[in-house]
Structures are given as structure tokens and as C-alpha cells.
Design a protein around this ligand. Sequence first.
Ligand code: SIN
Length: 276
Amino acid sequence: VFDISRLGGICSKGLTLEPRAGNEGIRIWETPAGVMNSIGLQNPGVPHFIQHEMPEMLKLGPVAIANLSGSTLESYAEGAKLLDKTPVPLIELNISCPNVTKGGAAWGLTCQTAQSAVKAVRSVTSKPIAVKLTPAAANLTEVALACIDSGADALVIANSFQGIAIDIESGRPVFANVKAGLGGPAVRPMALKNVYEVVKAVNELPENKRVPVIGSGGIATWQDAVEFIMAGASAVEVGSGTFINPFAMLNIIDGLKAFMMRKGYASIEEFRGCAL
Ligand code: SIN
């Protein structure tokens, strides 16, 4: 659709050690200002990814990121061990998938579980790890700091918010798992608040302990990206925005560049975190 080499990075679908067929039933449900998903980590498994998809991703130019999920600590560690032997430059450790009954977001709910997942992966790989957290954590900032303490090199704030949709004709929940992940513009102000709070806390750490925060949650325009950078994000992820506009990411890059020229910014560091 477009020249993908213009992007900074591309991230795989959430990978698990073993292949997964994903969830039964409806998987995507549009809402007035967003989209709900219940994919259930459908993926071909880490070994298949390493053999087939990753070499193609690496050829494309942007930083290729392997998103690693798991149900047990052992499966996270095994997946990370396999990725460690590959040229993939970055692992996004997914402890935040809202759509699986075992593992997934459950790992990101508390400091203790998040730390155990980060430590399990940290102990088997020297690759940089960006930990993708869940907004369902009772205290997201504390979980974020615990992940840094356990060896996270970056944080992704954050995955989708859990919601429910009901089919009013059948009177039943739309999704087989009842709950699903809500993304898109509806969640953006809440995601922005989470980034703002986490960056504020990260900035209070000694300089050598600070890690970059990647903003995620309803970013669809360059103005959204600017807001997240002003809240302290070092980079942004775009997901559901591309379903509405396949060129959303290019429009963000072009709009950001024009904004920076208009403002006289030579780098995003000149306005990153200015709203804090
Ligand atoms: C899914 O596969 O259900 C979504 C993945 C995620 O939110 O991490």
C-alpha cells in the first residue's frame, strides 16, 4: 500500500511459543469512537515466525520488533531464548493481552507478576526489551517502575482497555470471551494520562535508571502523536488508526515533520515532555 521503509519500526502480531488459532466467534466490533478486538493471539508460533515472517520483516527497513506473549513464565522464557538467537533487534514483551483466559494481561496486573515475567525473559536474552503494559493494572505507574527494576529497557504504555459489547437482539455478549480490548480514539485521553503519569514517575528516577516510554492508545493523527510526545513519549505506536486510514502512519510522519518545521524544532527532544 505504501513504502514501509518510511516507518521507524514494525511490530509482529503477538507471538506465543506454540501456534494459536485465536478466539472463536466475533473478533472485531466497531464502536462509535474505536474498535473492540478479541483476536486471542492468533499466531503461527515463535519458531514459524523466526523461519518465515521475521526474515521478510527484517528486509523491509524499519526496526523489526517481535511481540512476545505467553501463558506461563516457562513459555515466555522459551520464546525469548529462541528470539535471542535471531537478528531481531527488539522484543516487545506483551504482558497485557486482554483476550486470553490463561496468562496475557494477567501478568501485567501486579508488580509481582509483571516482575516475574520481565525477569524470566531478561535472564535468557540480551536483546532490548520493551514491556507493553495493561491499563487494567490497579497502579500502572508502580507496575511500570517494577518492570524497570527488573530489567525493562523501555515501556509501552499501554495495551487496549477491557470492555464489553452486548448484542441486543440475542441479549448475549458479542464476544465469546465476554470481554474484549477497546482501542481507538475513545481511549486516547486515558492512554495519554497513563503516559503522562508514567513518564513523570520515570523522570524522578536517577538518570541512569530512566527508560524511554512508547505511547500507544488511539493515536491516529499527527496531532495525537504530538500530544503523546508532549506528555513525554519517546515514540508512538499506531494500531487501530490504520484500519480507518491505511496511510495514517505516513500522515503522522509528514504532519509531525511539518509541525516541527513550523515550530523550529530540530528534534522531538526539544518538545518531548514539555507538558509535564
Ligand atoms: C489479541 O490477539 O487478542 C490482541 C493482542 C493484544 O492485545 O496484545
